[in-house]
Ligand binder design. Structure first.
Ligand code: FMN
Length: 406
């Protein structure tokens, strides 16, 4: 299984001198993190034929720092898992081998590297399914919304799903287990189970989607059974100290609302404690869908209080809000999506309070191996003069217009 990620124990890094809470060190299980700015999982659609490509080694290593934590993009657990063009997988030997040099490039920089593993369930299309079959879900109700098709440019309605038979569920649990095993074989330090954003596991948890009458539907306990079986199987396979999970109880991404998100978030936090997993990664309640961020009084405080392991948060965080959430004890770590996507040296920029590159939304999901992927400039490539003059001044993060949330 190999040794744990980095070896920053006892060594002084430049960040030890920093005072902002985001740049303080943190012990996450056996992993010693030198700062708390995490790369959020980001689907980038550049793994041709669902096989990770060499350009991903450059992309991830650009974002790697000594003792930093990166979470690789959502990666399919099986040939029925896909729903995005050229999203990577980890169910074949070829995919595992293709991940290895990417993981190595990140480890060579001293980062800790987890991979998010997913199944899209009904947030998919027959075009992604083997034999053009219907995608499966907790339900046979179609998700409202549009699917980005394999061409990478066209959209179509999500396909009509079929509800998984009760006896098929252990087979999908097993796919997750094998994917986690493969992740460790590829060299990853651990896996993040994708239980958020309206994908398969969320389709079971949310009462706005799950209409089952078997032991996987109805009560909160029943709706959370399948995701928890996945957690249990993976923890047994690779060790709970290498397992995280992402949850979005308050979100209704891809048509996945819940009538009592607070109860769902707390129920999962308590249930996860039984498996002693490494971290829980919650999406902030203000992030409702991939297109909307709303001010709200809802909060993750009760889930944070309930969960005993490391607590990550993500969703529309800026440098300032990240500082505040760490300072107030609302989270241990903050994951950044769009800001990290557009600023490969985000921890350094946060340290210097330097200006940020603006992300280009139109290149998020294109297949170009460079454009909008590895060509975002580092500070030294254009901003150094400015930073030299202005680093002591507060520079506001250029935040996101409502219609730019993804
Ligand atoms: C291009 C893009 C791809 C994304 N892909 C994933 C993904 O693979 N898995 C996931 O859980 N979230 C994904 N997200 C959501 C981000 O991880 C993050 O939670 C979201 O962008 C909000 O954080 P931010 O405001 O810091 O960007 C994606 C977001 C973007 C913009």
């Amino acid at each position: 299984m190999g040794s744990f990620g980095n070896s920053c124990s006892g060594e002084k890094t430049q960040d030890d001198d920093a005072i902002i809470p985001l740049l303080t060190s943190y012990r996450m299980g056996h992993f010693l993190l030198s700062h708390r700015i995490v790369l959020a999982p980001l689907t980038r659609c550049r793994s041709y034929g669902h096989v990770p490509q060499p350009h991903a080694a450059l992309y991830y290593s650009q974002r790697a720092t000594y003792g930093g934590l990166l979470i690789a993009e959502a990666t399919g657990v099986s040939d029925t898992a896909q729903g995005f063009p050229h999203a990577p997988g980890i169910w074949t030997h070829e995919q595992v081998e293709a991940w290895k040099p990417i993981v190595k490039a990140v480890h060579d920089k001293g980062s800790i590297f987890f991979v998010q593993i997913w199944h899209t369930g009904r947030v998919s299309h027959t075009a992604y399914q083997p034999g053009g079959r219907a995608p499966f879900s907790s339900t046979n109700k179609k998700a409202n919304g549009k699917c980005l098709m394999p061409s990478g440019t066209e959209y179509d309605d999500y396909s009509q799903p079929r509800a998984l038979e009760t006896e098929e569920i252990p087979l999908v649990v097993n796919d997750f287990r094998l994917a986690a095993r493969n992740a460790i074989a590829a060299g990853f330090d651990g896996v993040e189970i994708h239980g958020a954003h309206g994908y398969l596991l969320d389709q079971f948890m949310k009462d706005g989607v799950n209409d089952r009458t078997d032991q996987y539907g109805g009560s909160l306990e029943n709706r959370c059974r399948f995701p928890l079986e996945v957690v249990e199987a993976i923890a047994a396979e690779i060790g709970p100290e290498r397992v995280g999970i992402r949850l979005s109880p308050f979100g209704s991404h891809s048509d996945s609302p819940d009538s009592n998100p607070e109860a769902l978030g707390v129920y999962m936090a308590n249930a996860l404690n039984k498996y002693n997993i490494l971290y829980a990664h919650y999406i902030e309640p203000r992030v409702k869908t991939s297109m909307t961020t709303l001010e709200t009084n809802e909060s993750l405080a009760s889930a944070r209080k309930a969960f005993k392991g490391t607590f990550l948060v993500a969703g529309a965080h800026t440098r300032q809000s990240g500082i505040e959430v760490i300072e107030s004890g609302g989270a241990d770590l903050v994951a950044y999506g769009r800001l990290f996507l557009a600023n490969p040296d985000l921890p350094r920029r946060f340290k210097l309070n330097a200006p940020l590159n603006k992300y280009a939304r139109e290149t998020f999901y294109i297949q170009d191996p460079v454009k909008g992927y590895t060509d975002y400039p580092f500070l030294d490539e254009g901003h150094d003069a400015l930073v030299g003059k202005e680093q002591k001044k507060h520079v506001r993060c250029p935040f996101l217009e409502e219609d730019e949330q993804s």
